[in-house]
Design a protein around this ligand. Structure first.
Ligand code: NAP
Length: 488
């Protein structure tokens, strides 16, 4: 097992993301041996914590989220000993000097060799000032790598994203900035390239000659919960479509990369996103549906949730029909939908193949072949084929050929992404050009929507969104393949 050496400086070390995702992910890398002796973590935030308290917080976050079968208490304690806390206001220049000293001391003590990961687990409004201070106060080293990790949201439109990007790129080279989209760390999302480019049957069929349409569903059963403040400024379009959904669209519709490395793969994803038709306001009205949840069984309407305006016009649901204007996908509609308080929690991709050009079986209805990729909560691939019923006579039925991943100890998204980061592999991080084309597409929808006040609420909690989301497909003679409101 190759040991990766790194000093992590986590800005926002007391925050939710750090505690729920980063510490357990780092621990999993530790117990699998990817990081061993030569690593240390400095957590920084304003709270005046001690190293001891910080280590307790880190240990508790692991006990609360990693399966107890996979570790011993001694492992947790040894791991937590690598953690140090530095109380620090990111706006305060003096603190960077103290941080620099501590970083140098830990680098020597743990023989890290100058590799630094600056993880900005805090509000993007601080990214520019942190990047500037890291550079001017010389926290970057000249004898190892210096990588900056940033979280979503990356801007709220193309203009703010560009500004944010420039504020970091002014101090760090483009290839040292790792933009996290944690969907790209999910096993089944990573599996898309394996399925598409590792199987000749799919390689040959993956185009507008054989695919009828593609459907992507990211549905949540929860409401806005404690994220009201952020959500009221974002909405489902910015929160889910600009990043996660468009990333999935790019993986499904890109051309084959020349080789499987970050540069070639991201180049094709950029082209796929560039191929998305940017809609006019009329086209937005025709191809996009927005919704906001009303009440349901035992739950409030969005507008009645804490810290939400009584007349909020924020969408908690989006459905849309995307057009990819490239040789392989022109004419294949890509239907997407995402929302809160829907019938189930699921991330799901359905690739619907065209029907047989003619049906030689009298009196038999043939169904479309469908490749379904369940991303969450199960990791499952199902290929639906038409199969002869095994009774006498000749009847056909739709047969699901399914594989479900049962491994309880598969690395979780953040663990995989952090491991890639340590190895300098940017394949599963979003390139700036991808961010740029995604915003360009989303901004056109947002600005069209902002011209009119929507009639909200327009869907019942526990449903699969407004009726208009079904009509979007029905008018093309299609329907959502995934329908959790129906019992099969
Ligand atoms: P959070 O819980 O509010 O944490 C924010 C952190 O920033 C805290 O550690 C806070 O600590 C620190 N902080 C705030 N102002 C500071 C200042 N002036 N100087 C130094 N430290 C300061 O937020 P979060 O949920 O962890 O999210 C962090 C980032 O990740 C955000 O960009 C968010 O959008 C993104 N993200 C989060 C999640 C998630 O699951 N939480 C998922 C996706 C993306 P003190 O109060 O002690 O200073």
């Amino acid at each position: 097992m190759r040991e990766e050496k790194a000093l992590f400086i986590i800005f926002g070390g007391t925050g939710d993301l750090a505690q729920r995702k980063l510490y357990p992910a780092l621990f999993n890398l530790y117990r699998r041996g990817h990081i061993q002796k030569s690593f240390a973590v400095i957590g920084t935030a304003r709270r005046p914590w001690t190293d001891e308290h910080y280590r307790e917080v880190v240990a508790d976050s692991i006990r609360g989220s990693v399966d107890a079968d996979f570790y011993t208490e001694a492992m947790v304690e040894n791991f937590a000993d690598h953690f140090y806390y530095q109380s620090h206001n990111v706006n305060d220049t003096e603190h960077y000097m103290i941080l620099k000293k501590l970083a140098q001391q830990l680098d020597d003590e743990y023989e890290i060799g100058g590799n630094r990961v600056f993880y900005l687990a805090m509000s993007p409004r601080f990214f520019g000032t942190i990047a500037e201070h890291l550079k001017t106060q010389k926290l970057v080293t000249d004898h190892g790598y210096n990588r900056v990790v940033v979280e979503k949201p990356f801007g709220r439109d193309l203009a703010t994203a560009t500004e944010l990007n420039q504020s970091i790129e002014k101090y760090f080279p483009a290839d040292s900035i790792f933009r996290i989209d944690h969907y790209l760390g999910k096993a089944m999302i990573q599996n898309i390239t394996a399925i598409r480019f590792g199987n000749s049957i799919f390689r040959n069929l993956w185009n507008n000659r054989y695919i009828d349409n593609i459907q992507i569903t990211l549905s949540e059963s929860l409401g806005v919960e404690e994220r009201a403040g952020y959500y009221e400024t974002a909405g489902a379009l910015r929160d889910m479509v600009q990043n996660h959904i468009l990333q999935i669209v790019s993986l499904l519709t890109m051309n084959a990369p020349v080789s499987f490395n970050d540069q070639d793969l991201r180049q094709e994803k950029i082209s796929a996103l560039k191929s998305l038709k940017v809609y006019t306001p009329d086209e937005v009205a025709h191809n996009f549906v927005r919704g906001q949840y009303g009440p349901g069984e035992g739950v409030h309407a969005y507008r009645d949730e804490d810290n939400i305006a009584d007349d909020s016009a924020i969408e908690t649901f989006v459905a849309g029909k995307l057009e990819v204007e490239n040789m392989n996908f022109a004419g294949v509609p890509v239907y997407i939908r995402t929302g809160k308080r829907l019938a189930t929690k699921a991330t799901r991709i359905d690739v619907i193949f065209k029907k047989m050009p003619t049906n030689i079986f009298p009196g038999v209805a043939l169904t479309n072949n469908v490749l379904s990729i369940d991303v969450d909560p199960n990791e499952e691939i199902t290929l639906y084929i038409n199969d002869k019923d095994y009774d006498t006579g000749f009847k056909m039925k739709q047969l699901p050929l399914a594989y479900r991943n049962q491994n309880r100890d598969c690395p979780e998204a953040y663990e995989k992404l952090l491991h890639d980061l340590l190895r300098g592999d940017a394949t599963n991080f979003t390139h700036w050009e991808e961010v740029k084309y995604s915003w360009q597409f989303v901004d056109a929808i947002r600005s069209a929507w902002d011209m009119e006040t929507p009639a909200f609420p327009n869907y019942e909690s526990g449903s699969m969104g407004p009726q208009a989301a079904d009509e979007l497909l029905a008018r093309d003679g299609k329907q959502w393949f995934f329908d959790p409101t129906k019992t099969n």
